[in-house]
Design a protein around this ligand. Structure first.
Ligand code: HEC
Length: 173
């Protein structure tokens, strides 16, 4: 190996070493998030509902939440307007793809509403309000009865009508 090549190797090793040192130190911006701050964002609930929180609600309790916090955008009985329709209306042709007619897992309603609704003040509902409004949407869609109580145990057991309506896509052979 020529001296020149050897010097080039030494130089590039030094460059890598100093890059690693910078990465370890970080760019010195902000601070490390606290476990409490991470917990606020770490709220995903899978289809099986494993991380559902404590709390419960019935469709009747949910109707009150809906009237106060959802109706203005989603209409009477989830009929929609100005925003998305949330209830299945018989005679919708073609059928409207919404919560009851399309979503395969009931746990997704809780997860979605918790992270995204009410649209103008997301992440403000309590867990009881979330269970209740989820129960109300399920009842509106004829999936549970008026007296059914929804909590971390019962929600994952609710079978959505379109559970088997999706085709599994596998890439390649
Ligand atoms: C300020 C208006 C507004 C309010 C209030 C509101 N929503 Fe929504 N909602 C929207 C909009 C807009 C969308 C569509 C969002 C998108 O597609 O990204 C939506 C979508 C949804 C969906 C998904 C519908 C689908 O089939 O894709 C659900 C479920 C839902 N809202 C539930 C609720 C519930 C429950 C409440 C009350 C706790 C609520 N929303 C309050 C505006 C609102």
């Amino acid at each position: 190996m020529s001296t020149r090549n050897a010097l080039l190797i030494v130089a590039s090793v030094l460059t890598v070493a100093s890059a690693v040192a910078v990465a370890a130190e970080g760019p010195n911006l902000g601070r490390v998030a606290t476990p409490e701050e991470i917990a606020l964002w770490d709220i995903s609930i899978g289809p099986e509902g494993a991380s559902l929180p404590a709390g419960s609600g019935t469709p009747k309790q949910g109707e009150a939440v809906y009237t106060a916090k959802c109706l203005a955008c989603h209409g009477e009985n989830g009929a929609g307007k100005p925003n998305d329709q949330l209830g299945t209306l018989p005679g919708d042709k073609p059928p409207v793809k919404t919560v009851g007619s399309f979503w395969p897992y009931a746990t997704t309603i809780f997860d979605y509403v918790r992270r995204a609704m009410p649209y103008n003040e997301s992440k403000t509902l309590t867990n009881d309000e979330l269970y209740a409004v989820t129960a109300y949407l399920l009842q509106l869609n004829g999936i549970i009865g008026e007296k059914d109580m929804i909590d971390a145990k019962t929600l994952p057991k609710v079978r959505m009508p379109n559970r088997d309506g999706f085709v599994t896509f596998t890439r390649g052979k």
